[in-house]
Design a protein around this ligand. Sequence first.
Ligand code: NAD
Length: 477
Amino acid sequence: MKIAVIGTGYVGLVSGACFANWGHQVACVDKNAQKIAALQNGIVPIYEPGLDELVERNFGAGRLSFTCDLLEAVKGAAMVLIAVGTPPRAAHGDADLSFVFSAARELAPLIDDDTVVVVKSTVPVGTGDIVQKIIGSVREAGTFSVASNPEFLREGVAISDFLEPDRVVVGVEDDRARARLTELYGVPLKARKTPIIVTQRRTSELIKYAANAFLATKITFINELADLCEQVGSDVSQLAVGIGLDKRIGTSFLNAGPGYGGSCFPKDTMALLRTAQDYGVPLRIVEETVTANEARKRRMALKVTDALDGDVEGLTIAVLGLTFKPDTDDMREAPAVPLIETLQRFGAHIRAYDPVGTENARRVLSDVDLHTDAYECARDADAVVVVTEWDDIRNLDLMRLRRIMRQGVLVDLRNAFDPARAEQAGFRVSAIGRRPAANRYEAHTATGHSQVPGHAVFARKAENVQPQSAGGSIDHR
Ligand code: NAD
């Protein structure tokens, strides 16, 4: 099948390369001429593990092409997928659909009859209806279809997510779109028995937002429980394993941290709330999730300040990891940004290290010394703060790190390190959802019994259970 993909960002490029890998003839089109020129020269403009090889292989085989010319891309295409951005509108928080609507207006006069236009971008309920009207204003009704096919891939593991999805969701209003989309996914995913949910367009659009709101809520739930763990002397990593192994709960998205960020959860939860408001339906759990997450991101600077005895003025803080999660260069809504900005306002001097995100970080941060080596970043620092748990940060030699620092304070916002090992290396550790061992001991000896009913017994039991790893064995992405 010939397919055109409009927008070669994280979703468009991964989708295009994966469709080509399934044997389709794919033309990826983008307005950004620099991006297209880079791709034509074999340079993939984003960091996504495995994407370079996938693009190179399919480009080399002649199945994948890149162009700025929309007509060239859509001519003869049986399907045109819209995968442009839907960022939040600054003042309102609802999704900015201008890129989707422009793409629809531009493609409308150029597509062949019988084309299925698929909205892959994350869009509010009813967007497909508007896209249908836009195209219908220049084409005869019945000569084209508009469908919804939200994308659930996660940056960092985008290719396996795309090629081996848990499910595929398609929203269709006619047989042509149903047949085309079930063929597109059904054939390559048949052997894996992947469920393909074929539903109405409006349901499909809402499924994407509901999924992201649920996941954001799950993260926020464990983050709040982490706060309680810190107060009562429990360990959130073990708590997460203890609840997550219940199949009704599941272990994913139960790693407590500094609050969710990224290009999807913050904007999608806000956009869902706007839709709910438009229809007069309160979504109180999602509202609380958004509020709690924002407050949490801001509070992380206080956690760092507390670890440094209440004052960071004039101190040097090394931030390890900047991107919103490991294995991506995406800095959109990264928790590192408000953390750094707040610490700067408190008078701290910030140095930072990220394995791949430095270039994107440079665009959103100012007055930060960016380093390409984690040890150099930490040299003479008063504290290191782990914000993103990249493998090469998890694998740092803590003894070496401590030796080159001025003060040995480790604020581990991702529970990337085993606190006992860090303490052995000479660090004073402040982690998420667990008290440092020293404090736990003080709590017992100072009063002879726990300040929280049942705490002493539970703490002793908990200490006998080894966490499966410093960060637990939970899939957090
Ligand atoms: P992105 O910002 O990385 O890329 C969007 C691309 O579209 C840009 O390269 C831009 O130049 C191009 N573009 C915009 N208007 C165009 C037009 N009229 N013609 C041609 N090109 C145009 O966006 P992204 O992160 O890939 O996200 C795309 C959509 O997918 C969003 O709705 C997002 O919410 C959704 N989504 C993203 C992810 C993710 O992990 N990034 C996951 C699932 C869904």
